[in-house]
Design a protein around this ligand. Structure first.
Ligand code: FAD
Length: 349
């Protein structure tokens, strides 16, 4: 490993993420689905027990998975962040899906929020359409942001009648179980405080943003390792490729940026109160994650030459995955806008 761990991960889970997942990552990408047997093995080794993993352990598990399968890393991350956003209520029915974004767009969530919740005593009836609901293919329950009587509120809806899932075929994070979900008179229960749904969602989303940084760290690490392996045996014009300063600096640059991002994530973990993380550090880490992943994959593929482009190979898969990092969990521009707002406040504007 090039980087120190972000937290503790049980040995069995670590072994699965470093041996079994890489062996099946190509299949996950091809089928756009994580095999049930692998999900079950991950569950039995604690991948979906966010409470026991804790913040550092969750992010480390995500980082290890993302070395070969960012899509699978995303499954673990989204389950964890959904449990967090539900205040620990979700998770008794297996994997949880996070259903916030609607067809109108995910950047301005409230302006596009059409899904409604009619409360009837302790239960609620949900109607609406969500897109990009990660984990939708695997979930036993869905954490849904809907317009309740008190405003945007979180509801937990079990899989079953009134919930229709249609898989989405995206080019990146394949296997993350992303779907379009139609809720038609779906029965659920309110899990959050009325009107505080977006704020509660953001508690999970901020951890998710650190998770995207962990995904970028995993991707960068495996790309550097693969490029190093390929370049070590390569001779060009009578010299080893890594005797040349250019390729060395390319790899050193990715390593340098990885160390900086790891430091940022580690300081967010150290400063967290429970699952509450500094939103500024989370946003900064998420923006940097997109840049690191892009540079790491570009470098990894470039040093392998044409072989780095092989369809289904690590470089080609991670190349597609790297594009997601600037969009999911808040687009790069939205996060820069948020950082600008905090900066302006500090500057006294
Ligand atoms: C793989 C994947 C998994 C996802 N998982 C989930 C999930 O589990 N649950 C969920 O609810 N959602 C999920 N999402 C949705 C994700 O949160 C949204 O894609 C994201 O918030 C951006 O929303 P959008 O794609 O609708 O883009 P839009 O909101 O339509 O924005 C389009 C583009 O406009 C630009 N833009 C927007 N606002 C501004 C601004 N203020 N200033 C400048 N430019 C701006 C940005 O470049 C942005 O990319 C997922 C998305 C992906 C790709």
């Amino acid at each position: 490993m090039l980087l120190d761990p972000l937290g503790m991960v049980p040995d069995g889970l670590r072994r699965l993420l470093l041996e079994e997942v890489p062996a099946r990552a190509g299949e996950i990408d091809r089928l756009n689905r994580v095999p049930d047997s692998l999900l079950e093995a991950l569950a039995s080794e604690g991948a979906f027990d966010a409470t026991s993993l804790g913040l550092g352990g969750l992010l480390e598990a995500v980082r290890l998975a993302a070395r070969s399968s960012p899509g699978l890393a995303h499954v673990i991350l989204v389950h964890g962040t959904s449990v967090i956003a539900s205040g620990g209520v979700a998770g008794s029915r297996g994997i949880v899906a996070f259903s916030v974004t609607e067809p109108g767009g995910g950047s301005d969530v409230i302006a596009n929020l059409k899904t409604s919740a009619r409360e009837e005593g302790s239960s609620a009836v949900i109607d609406g359409v969500k897109v990009f609901t990660s984990n939708a293919l695997y979930a036993g329950e869905f954490l849904v942001l809907a317009k309740g009587p008190g405003g945007p509120t979180m509801y937990l809806v079990p899989r079953g009648g009134g919930v229709e899932v249609e898989p989405l075929e995206l080019s990146g994070f394949r296997g993350s179980g992303v779907g379009r979900v139609v809720y038609r008179e779906a029965r659920g229960e309110r899990v959050g405080e009325p009107g505080r749904g977006l704020r509660e969602a953001l508690q999970g989303i901020n951890v998710g943003r650190l998770g995207y940084a962990a995904i970028a760290l995993g991707m960068a690490e495996s790309m550097v390792e693969e490029a190093y392996r390929a370049a070590s045996g390569k001779r060009v014009f009578g010299r080893g490729l890594l005797e040349l300063q250019g390729p060395r600096w390319m790899l050193a640059e990715v390593y340098r940026r990885s160390l900086l991002l790891r430091g940022l994530v580690a300081s967010a973990i150290a400063g967290a109160r429970g699952w509450t993380v500094d939103p500024v550090l989370a946003a900064a880490a998420k923006v940097e994650a997109g840049s690191l992943a892009r540079e790491a994959v570009w470098t990894g593929v470039q040093l392998q030459g044409g072989r780095g482009l092989a369809l289904g190979g690590l470089g080609e898969r991670l190349w597609r995955d790297s594009r997601v990092l600037d969009i999911g969990e808040g687009s790069r521009e939205v996060l820069l806008d948020f950082l600008w707002g905090r900066l302006e406040r500090r500057l006294g504007g």
